[in-house]
Design a protein around this ligand. Structure first.
Ligand code: HEC
Ligand code: HEC
Length: 345
């Protein structure tokens, strides 16, 4: 073979090798290009029911709400729209100055179930139609949609529930069913509810949480966590995070893991699973701060009739395990989880 050809070939080879190494270096410098090295991908706990979602941190093919035009095909379109309105602006109808009744604290369902419960990983309602009625360990009973919705009225809205046959309850269910009508029975589609964030190996830091709160949250939610009312005083522009008008200590968000998961992918307002701004640590420490501030309390003596089913972060004993309430409240949670792994049956 002629020497110039050999030379030409080796130069090509060198170019290819150079190219490959540059790409590799770039990938390490900017892992976000690939999403390959994001924190959600490391240390997956195969025990959690969210493991499947966790593996899926590329967040592709998430379920979405039915397209707008689908509504026009519904004979009960007006009822569905009333249900959506009640979820988006609950306080205007059912809050302290509500036009229909006064049964709740001034929050809207939408404050926690974003985009009227249709936002992927924004605590949406996609799996409600497909999975209720279902057994819930908190009550130890089979719960239907009415009971589950009233749970949020009594806890998240620190108020009282609606009658099953009321116009308002029926409308909310009509809307929630419409959102999930294409979801196959018993299935939880991708993007349902909240994306559970990875645990910390340490206890939550209230001090660190307070620091982050002042930097990233108080501009909207207020220095006292009190929120900001609209000009007519009928609902919140920025809802309260603690104090007399906030959710009570029996609410879903009062569990640190729910709060951290909600906040990580939805706050500061405007972010989503596509562009979160908080690190996992920040989200957990914010939970540790906000959920240790004063708020209304509920009689929870009937909750968790089987104490062995209490979640690791349920902050009220008695427990089957030997850990104190404070550790259940602020962690570290891993020893608790490990104890249940080693002591189940
Ligand atoms: C302060 C926040 C907050 C408010 C306000 C709130 N919820 Fe919830 N809701 C939650 C959280 C958190 C969960 C998930 C709890 C869990 O999984 O433990 C939840 C769960 C639910 C579920 C069950 C979802 C499922 O897939 O199992 C329904 C239905 C529901 N809420 C309806 C409502 C309705 C209707 C309203 C208004 C009347 C409302 N919620 C207001 C926080 C809230
Ligand atoms: C730009 C304003 C803004 C900022 C900054 C912001 N939020 Fe919010 N937050 C909102 C709004 C608006 C809602 C209600 C969303 C809706 O109704 O659609 C909300 C809702 C919430 C809720 C659920 C409702 C409730 O009252 O419990 C929590 C929890 C929350 N925010 C926590 C935080 C935390 C923690 C931070 C700081 C990382 C933060 N937010 C930063 C505007 C903001």
């Amino acid at each position: 073979m002629d020497i110039t050809k050999i030379l030409a070939r080796s130069i090509k080879l060198i170019y290819v090798l150079l190219g490959l190494s540059i790409v590799t270096i770039l990938l390490f410098l900017f892992p976000s290009i690939t999403g390959l090295f994001t924190s959600e991908n490391i240390k997956i706990d195969p025990e959690t029911e969210q493991a499947k979602q966790t593996l899926d941190s590329a967040f592709t093919n998430l379920w979405t709400a039915p397209a707008e035009w689908r509504l026009s095909t519904k004979p009960n379109k007006a009822e569905i729209l009333y249900g959506k309105e009640l979820i988006a602006h609950t306080a205007r109808y059912l809050g302290p100055n509500g036009s229909v009744m006064s049964i709740s604290n001034g929050l809207n369902c939408q404050n926690c179930h974003l985009d009227a419960g249709s936002k992927p990983f924004g605590n949406n309602y996609f799996a409600v139609n497909s999975t209720y009625p279902k057994m819930r360990a908190r009550s130890g009973k089979i719960e239907d949609k009415v009971k589950r919705i009233n749970d949020c009225f009594e806890r998240s809205l620190n108020g009282s529930g609606l009658a099953a046959d009321s116009k308002e309850m029926k409308a909310m269910i009509a809307y929630i069913d419409y959102l999930g009508e294409d979801v196959p029975k018993k299935e939880k589609p991708r993007g349902t509810g909240l994306f559970k964030i990875k645990e910390l190996n340490r206890a939550l830091s209230k001090t660190n949480g307070e620091k982050i709160y002042l930097e990233k949250c108080q501009s909207c939610h207020g220095a006292e966590g009190q929120g900001v009312l609209t000009a007519d005083g009928k609902e919140y522009t920025y809802p309260p995070l603690w104090g007399a008008h906030s959710y009570n200590d029996g609410a879903g968000l009062y569990r640190m893991s729910n709060f951290a998961s909600y906040v990580k992918y939805n706050m500061p307002f405007g972010v989503s699973y596509e562009n979160p701004q908080l690190t996992d640590e920040e989200a957990w420490d914010l939970a540790g701060y906000v959920n240790q501030m004063p708020r209304p309390s509920k009689d929870l003596s009937q909750d968790w009739p089987d104490i062995s089913k209490k979640p690791f972060d349920h902050p009220f004993g008695p427990y089957k395990d030997p850990f104190p309430e404070t550790q259940h409240k602020i962690g570290p949670y891993k020893p608790i989880k490990d104890w249940y792994k080693n002591n189940s049956k």
